[in-house]
Ligand binder design. Structure first.
Ligand SMILES: *[C@@H]1O[C@H](CO)[C@@H](O)[C@H](O)[C@H]1NC(C)=O
Ligand SMILES: *[C@@H]1O[C@H](CO)[C@@H](O)[C@H](O)[C@H]1NC(C)=O
Ligand SMILES: *[C@@H]1O[C@H](CO)[C@@H](O)[C@H](O)[C@H]1NC(C)=O
Ligand SMILES: *[C@@H]1O[C@H](CO)[C@@H](O)[C@H](O)[C@H]1NC(C)=O
Length: 962
């Protein structure tokens, strides 16, 4: 049957058979082959023996002898003025002229009369690397790897055709088209394989060096030639036949006239085998018979080599960096603008001058701990009531003590009055009125927590100034802030220790009582209308406690700014007890007494049958009663000042999001409004950054050990690692060391960034406290941490250790590779730092965070490709490598290192080995040779992801929850 497909197949095979019948790139012309110069015979398989290029089809051909398949041209002698393997390279103008005259006849004298005509007939031999029409080139191949297999002499001949019409040699002009290359490799006089490529472009430089770049490379190994199965166990047939893609032929400028030139024959796979210079060629000779006219016509038109274009990755990277810098500058400008505006127009500290605080029906319920997380309905329905129906009112200048045994709800009431975030459900109304009795929407509440969390390395004065800078409006001038700080110092009796460091448990600074007063001072700096303190005297001795109480007394009765002071007191001495104007006694969340202090409570309870024993501390008596209160007292609400002004627009109370629906008091809307306002800070973002950075800078300067330790350790490690891998050579063992060195650096960075985790965990309590105190926004804190942790403690040490190691170990020594190496490590360092930040932010337990971080390091090393070949990992686990940032880092580092053209030169039991390190890298670790920019982009992607994660974690997780 004759079918179209069969016909097609037939045509296809016929075409193939025809195409294959011409060897050496010859083209079919009718039934015969049009052969390239230097070859002949029916199928162009026979090489010419001697003669010259102009003889074309008349040239003598060499026949195979001695039962061989292919001819051997070793014995063929070249004519005078011709050289190279196959005698196609002219060496002198006279040789070209003679050969030309032999073919076309000598030019007549009339021809020679006119200058142009003379030039037209004048042949010259161009021996420069640059080609004008079609140039022959012949080189010795001297590659150790190839010589290890085939030690005999090898040569490569190449015909580079730029414009065949311009060449007079008949063998050449009839062959090939613009921009083609045809090359043959000869081994011991016998042709082994030939290659062709097209769409070539030539670049040439003033110094005489020259490059050809071609596409569509195609090579053919001649069956049974020595390389191609003649020695079966060393056959290169498959390798040669698979050469494809682009071909580059780069030739250096001749060192001196007549000296042999070196060239490189480069193709991706050849580069892989033989190193970045591909097949290195030596003693190259160039020869091109060409009319003087052609050279003159092109002589002046020295085309400059096109500027080496930046790769797409670099351009994209530069664009991104540029955009980031621009964005940062814009933001900075915006920040400056807003800062200036705030300084000009911001409010001055307004003194509300006497605020009355009042609360009605305040209650608080926590979830039943036995209730399932997923149970439907009101989560607090069967909850545990902590506070119930509390009322109270404190006038300016009054001090209220909240008393009660442990568990009575003192701290809870304090938190609710101070507007803290609570996990449970709070209800009721808290309101503030100014002197005129008008409701106040924005009372300033100062809160002093039970424990002191203070910046250890600052002095007392600096800590107060820090608070003043951040908690007072921008418009308050510096001098006023200094005066305020000075006033607070005197008021608190801290003037003596004003310039002492606060200190930490390890490095003692000021005493406990002084710390407590400083905490109060930090709240006072913001000029609060209401000052609320949670057990300000716990942990202090009687004298210190009384000192604190007298400070509070002074604050409350300040004649310029009478303040409401509310403090929970755990176990007051009688002296301390008498310092308070009013007393609120709590028992199991209920009010037992609320009214004047002093002896009034004793009288009140005496009337109810519980007289205070003679000589007994009234406070102790009250606590005794509260510890075991008679039910009669609890059921009858005995509050003296129960709320009488229910219509006052209130500011409170519901803080938990889940109870938004079903609020039973009008405070809800305003409560939300307050929450929105609560996010506002007294200062602009830029000021926050400035002030925070100022503190971090002081930390860094004072705690020099931190910075010096990081830098010194980096230098020592650099010398250690550099010594370990000192001047690695290019043997197989040296290659292992090189890669080991890169791995060492990666692992070092991964582990040393653990310290950033510690600093975040360490600084967390202070951040929580200051965030709750609305000193600054979390973003400002993060940014200052990045500026003062990442740059001096991460990037700088990384640069130090990498630089020392790099030059001591003798890695690729040129600037480009060095900076690319640095870029990878710096990015990795930032990436790991942010990752550890993230862990520290997510897990409030530092131990868990450190464990996870260490395990992550281990995982990263496992999948980095050094311990197990990435392709050998079972597919179930293989995907894990894509999350491994260390893998990308090491790949980029290795690619950068071997991409410098590193060759491994060694000998295995006497057999010389000369192989590209790139090949070994791909085989050994499964790294891709072109992945440098991909890896950089992925690492940047990880950095962005971690940064977003850190921001989210800081906003959502690192916040006070009481
Ligand atoms: C093809 O062959 C014919 C005669 O056989 C010849 O005239 C012509 O020049 C040849 N063409 C090429 C391109 O060699
Ligand atoms: C140069 O020589 C070629 C043939 O060799 C001829 O065709 C051409 O016209 C000549 N050009 C000049 C300018 O003489
Ligand atoms: C070869 O290049 C020359 C200019 O260098 C041009 O005039 C000619 O048309 C080109 N020939 C082909 C086949 O492209
Ligand atoms: C070619 O001939 C030379 C000597 O004339 C000889 O040394 C060489 O081995 C021969 N080449 C091959 C491939 O046999």
């Amino acid at each position: 049957m004759w079918s179209p497909s069969l016909a097609l197949a037939f045509i296809f095979f016929a075409a193939r058979a025809a195409a294959q019948s011409c060897d050496n790139g010859g083209t079919q012309n009718g039934t015969a082959c049009a052969c390239p110069p230097g070859f002949g015979g029916a199928d162009c398989a026979q090489p010419a023996c001697g003669g010259n290029l102009f003889q074309g089809a008349q040239r003598t051909l060499q026949q195979p002898a001695g039962g061989k398949t292919y001819a051997n041209i070793t014995a063929c002698a070249c004519q005078d003025g011709w050289a190279g393997e196959g005698c196609n390279v002219c060496t002198a103008a006279s040789a070209c002229q003679t050969a030309y005259n032999n073919v076309f006849g000598a030019p007549s004298t009339s021809d020679l009369a006119g200058n142009d005509a003379a030039n037209n007939a004048t042949m010259v031999c161009n021996t420069e690397p640059r080609v004008y029409a079609a140039g022959e080139l012949s080189c010795d191949v001297n590659n150790p790897t190839l010589a290890g297999l085939y030690p005999g002499p090898a040569a490569l001949t190449i015909l580079r055709t730029l414009d065949p019409r311009l060449t007079p040699a008949p063998g050449v002009s009839g062959f090939g088209s613009n921009g083609t290359v045809l090359a043959q490799l000869w081994y011991e006089g016998e042709e082994q394989f030939w290659c062709s490529a097209d769409t070539c472009s030539q670049t040439f430089h003033d110094d005489g060096s020259n490059g050809w770049s071609c596409s569509n490379l195609h090579c053919t190994c001649r069956p049974n030639a020595t390389f191609c199965g003649g020695v079966p166990e060393k056959a290169l047939t498959d390798t040669i036949n698979s050469l494809a893609g682009t071909l580059d032929i780069d030739c250096a400028a001749p060192a001196s006239a007549g000296a042999g030139v070196t060239c490189q024959f480069k193709q991706d796979q050849l580069v892989l085998f033989f190193g970045s210079s591909g097949i290195a060629l030596e003693n190259c000779r160039f020869g091109e018979c060409v009319r003087q006219e052609v050279i003159d016509g092109n002589g002046d038109a020295v085309s400059e080599a096109p500027k080496k274009e930046l790769s797409g990755g670099v351009i994209a990277g530069l664009a991104v960096v540029g955009a980031l810098v621009l964005a940062a500058l814009l933001l900075l400008g915006l920040g400056c603008f807003r800062q200036r505006k705030a300084r000009k127009t911001g409010a001055i500290i307004d003194r509300h001058g006497g605020v009355t605080m009042e609360w009605n029906s305040v209650g608080y319920v926590v979830r039943n701990p036995h209730r399932s997380q997923f149970a439907r309905g009101d989560a607090f329905a069967d909850g545990h009531v902590i506070l119930d129906g509390l009322h109270g009112r404190v006038a300016p200048g009054e001090m209220l003590a909240i008393l009660g045994p442990s568990g009575a709800g003192k701290s809870t009431l304090i938190d609710i009055l101070a507007g803290k975030r609570k996990a449970g459900r709070a209800s009721g109304v808290v309101s503030f009125t100014n002197r005129e009795g008008e409701p106040l929407r924005k009372p300033r509440i100062g809160f002093v927590d039970q424990s002191d969390v203070l910046p250890a390395s600052l002095t007392v004065r600096e800590a107060l100034r820090f608070a003043a800078d951040l908690r007072l409006p921008e418009s308050v001038p510096g001098s006023e802030k200094s005066a305020l700080v000075f006033g607070v110092l005197t008021q608190l009796g801290l003037a003596d220790v004003a310039d002492s460091r606060i200190g930490s448990p390890e490095r003692r600074g000021i005493s406990g009582g002084e710390q407590r007063r400083l905490s109060i001072g930090l709240a006072l700096v913001a000029r609060p209308d209401v000052l609320i303190l949670d057990e300000p005297t716990s942990g202090l001795d009687a004298v210190s406690s009384y000192k604190v109480a007298s400070v509070l007394r002074a604050v409350a009765s300040d004649e310029h700014n009478p303040t409401v002071v509310i403090a929970s007191i755990h176990q007051p001495s009688s002296r301390l007890f008498r310092a308070f104007d009013r007393v609120l006694l709590l028992a199991h969340g209920h009010e037992l007494y609320h009214g004047p202090g002093g002896v009034a409570p004793a009288t009140y309870f005496a009337e109810r049958g519980m007289p205070c024993p003679e000589g007994y501390n009234v406070a102790d008596h009250l606590l005794d009663i509260a510890a075991d209160p008679p039910t009669s007292l609890i059921s009858s609400n005995t509050s003296i000042s129960s709320g009488q002004n229910e219509k006052v627009p209130a500011v409170l109370v519901h803080k938990t999001p889940e109870d938004a629906p079903g609020l039973e008091n009008p405070a809800a809307a305003t409560g939300k409004a307050q929450k929105g306002r609560g996010a506002e800070h007294a200062t602009t973002f830029l000021t926050q950054i400035e002030v925070l950075s100022g503190r971090e800078w002081k930390n860094l300067r004072r705690d020099k050990t931190l910075f010096i330790a990081h830098v010194a350790i980096a230098a020592v490690l650099g010398v250690f690692c550099g010594g370990l891998y000192y001047k690695t050579d290019i043997t197989i063992a040296g290659f292992q060391s090189r890669v080991g060195c890169l791995f060492f650096l990666g692992a070092l960075i991964a582990f040393s960034s653990l310290s950033s985790l510690y600093y975040v965990v360490d600084g967390r309590p202070l951040f929580l406290r200051e965030r709750a105190g609305k000193y600054y926004s979390p973003t400002a804190w993060l940014l200052s941490r990045v500026l003062f942790d990442v740059i001096p403690l991460r990037i700088l040490p990384t640069i130090i250790v990498s630089t020392i190691t790099y030059w001591m170990a003798g890695l690729a020594h040129d600037a480009a590779h060095f900076f690319k190496f640095l870029l990878v490590l710096v990015l990795y360092s930032i990436c790991m730092t942010l990752f550890n930040f993230l862990l520290a932010c997510i897990f409030s337990n530092g131990g868990v965070a450190i464990l996870l971080s260490a395990l992550t390091c281990l995982y990263q090393m496992t999948f980095a490709g050094f311990f197990v070949h990435l392709n050998d990992i079972p597919p179930v686990l293989r995907w894990l490598q894509w999350l491994d940032t260390l893998k990308y880092t090491l790949e980029a580092l290795s690619v950068n290192e071997v991409g410098s053209g590193l060759m491994i030169v060694d000998s295995l039991q006497g057999v010389p080995v000369n192989v590209s390190a790139q090949l070994i890298m791909n085989l050994l670790f499964g790294f891709g040779s072109n992945n440098y920019y991909r890896d950089i982009l992925i690492t940047v992607g990880f950095i962005i992801a971690f940064a977003l994660g850190v921001i989210a974690a800081v906003f959502l997780r690192v916040r006070e929850q009481r």
